[in-house]
Ligand binder design. Structure first.
Ligand code: SF4
Length: 505
């Protein structure tokens, strides 16, 4: 239908009470702009942003997921009797302006977007901007907490959340007698373990149409409907919840999903709300057969990390994403976009997994991808842009704190008290990557030294001045100073960095 596609049913703009703008990451009927919308009174507006296809080389799986989910959601609303204006426009602002020109007397209501940029773009276009309720923590709650803290450690915020939301609490304190079961939850992958198969989602006509437009063959790993998202939630609670905790940090080549919930895409595009995920998990825990370590580990992700990261995004402000506290300027390494540009088995496996499904779990993201960007001194902004492009759940609010604060420590320690730098020994302990790798995680010098191990020590030496006053880094800095072969390590690091830049390492 050309530049603009209008799918209008029923309700005349002459009698409409309001226009309700629904962003592609707010696809829920009970929250956001639709919370009090009524088919007989309100017209729904959705904009398919054409710039998304040309401005940034987004992972096609990500484009497919967002577009198909939005089109399914529009269809669901029409089936409920809503009039839906589903517009294709060069940008969201263009689309909204066009709608306002056609319906100048109908007020436009939106829910606050999830990024600074989009919030500013919409500010002059909408008549009413409602607070974003796709999270469990009102902005002022976090601001009151953060304003009273010397440091903004997630653990402290998480405990506040447990009490405030009354989750896994007894009158005496936390259920199980502890706030945190990390000791039970950070196990290496077991040998000869059979990981359950993840769900796959067959395509329907809408999916096929989107796939055809994008010239992309979807992986089948992701649902694009509310029903599919709920099926994934149920599947996780039945088949994975009890064993989620012990292996949540493990990485294996035999399973891409392990016991992870795979719910972040749906939480981040609105097909699931965190409250319903939390309620379902607590109900399942009440059956009595899910260990507290697993329940607590999962709850920590939902009411702790996810809420904390979102709140930190807003708390730190729009300039936070430009920070580069360690002065890292290495251009993005070719291996991030090309799994064949490295011999490192961990990286080639993980980048291949991302190519297929636009997803790997939090430990490959943090302890392999970000760890490499950190110790190799990759530009935080280039790495951030890459993470945003390549992951299905990579909303700006997620990736800015996760990369700038947590992944590459570019914020001078505002979010994390120490950088997540590690050598090959950590990856060897938590995965089976190293046994099929030409490099040796135990070696820091020589042609077969693991690049992580070499660069880890070189990173500490390079930033000695920055970290020497950080008492949480004292042990690592002491270890680095005691290396008898530090000069050799640093020479090897120059070879490694050159090889990484050339895609030959
Ligand atoms: Fe990765 Fe080093 Fe292990 Fe190879 S030896 S898989 S590069 S951690």
């Amino acid at each position: 239908m050309g530049e603009r596609e209008v799918l209008l049913q029923g309700l005349s703009p002459l009698v409409a009470r309001s226009l309700r703008y629904v962003a592609f990451d707010q696809l829920h009927e009970r929250y956001g702009a639709l919370a009090d919308a009524i088919p007989a009174d309100d017209i729904v507006v959705m904009i398919e942003n054409e710039a998304m296809l040309s401005a940034t080389p987004w992972h096609p799986e990500r484009l497919y997921f967002y577009r198909s989910s939005a089109r399914h959601f529009a269809q669901r609303l029409r089936e409920r009797g809503f009039t839906v204006l589903f517009e294709r426009a060069p940008s969201t602002a263009h689309g909204l302006r066009s709608v306002k020109e056609r319906y100048p007397d109908v007020p436009l209501i939106a829910c606050e977007p999830s990024s600074f940029r989009q919030r500013d773009r919409l500010a002059g276009l909408v008549d009413e901007m409602r607070p974003n309720d796709f999270f469990l923590t009102p902005r002022h709650v976090f601001e009151e907490w953060a304003g009273a803290q010397k440091s903004h450690v997630m653990e402290n915020f998480y405990r506040l959340q447990r009490v405030r939301l009354n989750v896994l609490m007894t009158p005496e304190g936390p259920v199980g007698g502890a706030w945190n079961f990390d000791k039970e939850n950070r196990l290496a992958p077991p040998k000869n373990y059979v990981w359950p198969e993840p769900l796959t989602f067959p395509r329907d006509d809408i999916d096929d149409a989107v796939a055809l437009e994008l010239e992309h063959t979807p992986s089948g790993a992701w649902a694009t409907t509310r029903e599919g998202a709920l099926a994934q939630l149920t599947y996780f609670l039945i088949h994975h919840f009890a064993t989620f905790g012990p292996y949540e940090d493990a990485m294996v080549t035999s399973s891409w999903s392990l016991h992870h919930s795979l719910l972040s895409p749906y939480l981040n595009n609105g097909l699931l709300h965190p409250q319903e995920v939390l309620d379902a998990a607590l109900e399942r825990f009440a059956h009595g057969d899910v260990p507290i370590a697993s329940a607590e580990g999962f709850v920590r992700q939902i009411i702790g990390w996810r809420e904390y990261v979102n709140a930190m995004y807003w708390w730190q402000g729009p300039d936070y994403q430009e920070r580069n506290g360690l002065g890292a300027t290495t251009p993005l390494l070719p291996l991030f976009d090309d799994a064949s540009a490295t011999k490192m088995n961990c990286l080639s496996s993980i980048v291949s997994d991302i190519d297929q499904r636009a997803w790997v779990h939090h430990i490959p993201r943090l302890m392999v991808l970000s760890n490499l960007a950190l110790v190799a001194g990759v530009s935080p902004q280039e790495f951030l842009a890459w993470m945003r492009r390549r992951f299905i759940d990579a909303a700006e609010w997620v990736m800015v704190p996760n990369v700038i604060g947590m992944g590459v420590h570019a914020d001078g320690g505002a979010m994390m008290t120490k950088p997540y730098a590690a050598g090959g020994a950590y990856i060897d302990r938590m995965s089976n990557y190293c046994k099929d790798c030409p490099y040796n995680p135990k070696l820091r010098t020589g042609d077969t030294a693991c690049p992580f191990t070499t660069l880890y020590w070189d990173f500490l030496a390079r930033h000695e001045a920055a970290f020497s006053k950080n008492h949480r880094m004292a042990q690592q800095m002491h270890g680095m100073r005691r290396l008898s072969d530090l000069d050799e390590v640093r020479q090897r690091a120059t070879v490694v960095l050159r090889g990484l830049a050339q895609g030959t390492m």
